[in-house]
Design a protein around this ligand. Sequence first.
Ligand code: SF4
Length: 63
Amino acid sequence: MAITKITIEDGCTGCGLCEQIAEGIFEIPSDVAVVKAGADLNANEAKIKEAADSCPVTCIKVA
Ligand code: SF4
């Protein structure tokens, strides 16, 4: 199913793993990860899911 929304919940440590896995989607501008403006969610679905599965504190929620 297509991804329509990504939420970064409380608990992100800013480790940068999601940015490494899905570079065009996540960035860590300060302390915590955010979803980049204009990120193409559908074209990066597999990487987004991999990042969510890999997040050490499981704070990336995909809907
Ligand atoms: S992988 Fe998880 S904890 Fe690490 S920066 Fe990304 S959202 Fe935050």
